[in-house]
Every structure is written in C-alpha cells, then in structure tokens.
Design a protein around this ligand. Sequence first.
Ligand code: ADP
Ligand code: ASP
Ligand code: MG
Length: 457
Amino acid sequence: MIVMKFGGTSIEDIPSIERIVGIIKSRLEQQPVVVNSAMGKTTRRLLEIAQLSADGRDERALLLLKEVRGYHSDLARGLMPDFEKSDVRTTLESYFEELQKLLGGLSVLRELTPRIQDRILSYGELVATTIIASTLQDRGISARWLDARDFIITDERFTRARPVDELTFRGIQEKVRPLVEAGHVPVTQGFIGSTRNGDTTTLGFEGSDFTAALAGAALDVSTIEIWKDVNGIMTADPHIFAGARTADTVSFAEASALTFFGAKVLHPGTIAPACRKDIPVNIYNSRQPDAGGTTITAQANEGTNIVKSIAYHMPVCIMNIVSDDHVDPAAFLRAVFDIIDREGIVPRVVTTAGTGIAMAVSASEEMAHAIEELSRLGTVTIAREKATISLVGENIRTTGDFAPVVFQNLEAVNVYMVAQGASPISLTFVVDEADVCPVITRLHEAFFREPGPDRCD
Ligand code: ADP
Ligand code: ASP
Ligand code: MG
C-alpha cells in the first residue's frame, strides 16, 4: 500500500489532472490511497472571498465565487463527457450553494472567525476530491471518495488544528484500509479535519502533506509519495535561486530542520509521522514523473557536500527584551519563556546574554499581547523586515571549519543573530529581508561548488 498526495499545482488544469490520472494508473498494483489538496490557487481565492464578505463587499465576493465555481465546472466538464447529467454536477452545485449561504451569513455578521474560515476553506478540498474521484472512475479506476472529516479528528485550534493521534489513526484504519483491501482506490482531502463535535477544522496552510503522512503512518504503507511542481527537495528554493539542484536523498532530521526553518516544499508536520514508523517519503514532480526526485529516509546518503540545502523564512522580526532590574538571569529567562509559551509563540532563533534575550519570530505570529506582557519584564524593542537563513546538512556535525566558510561569504552583510550548536545539523542566522537573495546565491556557490546564475528571480 502507498499514499500519493497531489498538491494544488499538480491539479490546476485539465492537462495536469490527466497527468496525475496517468501517474495513479501506473501505481495501481501498489494499492494507492490518494490525498488531494484544493485545485490551483483555490484556497487563497476562498480566503479572499471570505474576507470580502466579512468586509461587506458582497458584490465582489459573489463575482469571485462565480469565477471559482466556473473554474471547477469547466474542469469537470472538460474531464467527464457525461458531466451535465452526472451526480458530480449535483454534488458540486450543492457545495457551492452551501458556500454561498455561509458567505451570506458572514456578510451579516461582519466577522471572519477562525471557525468559519476553516469551514469555507474546506470546500476547496471537497470540490477537488469530488472531481478527481469521478474522473478516476470515468477512466475505469475503482475510486471511492471519502470525507477526511470522518477520520482526521483534531483539537479545536481552528486554522492550525492538531490531530488527536489515537482517534485519527483508528479512524484511518477503520475507514480507509477496508476499501483498499477490497480493491478500491480511496480518494480523500488533505488539509481538513473535524473536531470531536463535528466542526470542520484545517491543519494550517499546506497541511495536505501532513494528512498524507498521517494516513501513511496509520496504514503502515511502504512509501508516502508527495507530488509537487518541483523535482524534490532542492539545494535552495528554486523560485528564489534558479541554480538550485535536486538533493537525491535527505534524512528525516534534515527534512525536519529544513521545514522548521521555512523550506515551503513540505508542511513541517509531515516528517514526524513518517519518521516514527520509518516510512520513506518520496517527493516527485508531477510535470516530470520520470525525472526522479528526493527520498527522505532515516539514513540519507551523506554525499560529499557539507550542506544539503539552504532554507529561508521571511518576514521575521527580532524581539529584544532587556531587563531593567538586575534580576536573577534564571528567573528572567523563566519568566520570558513562560510568556511565550502561554502565547503560543515559537521562536526560530533565540540568543541570551544574562538578563537580555533576543528572539527571531515569524512576523505572522500574533504578538501584540505577548509584547505587552514582556514589557513588564524589561524594555522590549522590535526590529522588523528581517529574515532567517539556515544551512542544513548532516555533514555539518563533523565539519570543523564550517562556520568560517559561512562568515567569509557574509562580508558587508548585516548579521543580527546567529544560532550555531543548538542543532548539530544546522546553522541559522538573521539578516535583512533585502539580503536574502544575494546571500543565498553566494552561499549556494560556496557550498555547492558550481557557480549559479548571477541574479535571483
Ligand atoms: P503543493 O501546493 O503542490 O503541495 P507547494 O507549492 O506547497 O506545492 O510546494 C512546492 C514549492 O516549495 C515550490 O514551488 C518551491 O517554490 C517551494 N520550495 C521552497 N524551498 C524549496 C526547496 N528547498 N526545494 C524545493 N522546493 C522548495
Ligand atoms: N489547499 C491548502 C493550502 O493551499 C492545503 C495544501 O495545499 O496543502 O494551503
Ligand atoms: Mg501548496
């Protein structure tokens, strides 16, 4: 048994959907379970529509909803000759009617709560999987549509829910396994789940990868395949550095560090379930199915490079807290961490010196209340428009003169914080946002020993 997950870029138009049908067909003997995210940019679109409705801009919201509806119907019509007379058409229509009702409610309430946001976004995945499952059936594959909310059971943290492992694992085993064993191909949604009370939740943006890993772990599959628009995990984000190359093998630890430090190629939750069950995660390009990709396993090939890949995250801000009193440094640090724990903030880099502490925090974190609380402990200053750059690789562990090579390449760059040693396989530093492209280019040339293009797109 295998899990195959297809992201938005792999199912954005008729040719890409035809391609994934072919890819699924080529894997039928391996008993695939298919996990899909929303098509193309539908999630972002639905979010925009929800925000417009909550702002009372109904006309614009309805116009965009009509576009989203038209996009999906056109795809379904193009993929299935019998679409007009089919149940799929009725199902899609009822989804869009429900969505329109929800938006109507939003424009009255004028508030987009996390709970309503999750319900609205879930339609992207529901509609996509309905079309994919029917297309597979139309092509002679015994596909069975499943509602992920029947088995991905989460806590109530809407927009960033966490699965309740035991319930979710049991649910997947009970609902998905029998279908595979009976010779069917289950098709289900990534990203969405449900609370124990039946409220729709989402696992956070890009959460479909996480769903695939959970399904893979619960079903003890032989491989979790994640299909994207890139040839695997690359030595840097190919959209920021055109000279990036594929890393053939990556360890669970390297992949986990890369996703934590911002490599958007995988949702950060993906690695843990796979690692716990020691299931390889393969990342492939659905546009070039034969181009190879990346295999993530416990023991990756170390290769000759010190660094496996360079990740970045932005925008980031640096929060600096300096105690006004000469308090006990241990008590000060305890108080700071108590606050950030309560506020649910996860700093990416932390440096301390006695009763001063600096933390690099993703700018998307909600920090206003935390800043108010931290101000009771000392003077808080915030520096914005920063970014973290992280070099990740198992070989960093054993390379003595690694840091000097990094810093030689940072001449004339303002480096605000450095974290080395906290993780044996990564080094992270904080720079200005504007320096991300040139610094990644320089480091890529230094560590991958092949000159890249002299500009970043
Ligand atoms: P999908 O939505 O299809 O699952 P994503 O767009 O979420 O795919 O993820 C793929 C994107 O991740 C790429 O287009 C690329 O811009 C980005 N990315 C960031 N870092 C890397 C990296 N090191 N290797 C490959 N892709 C990366
Ligand atoms: N559709 C969701 C998103 O855009 C989930 C995913 O793509 O993984 O974030
Ligand atoms: Mg995505």
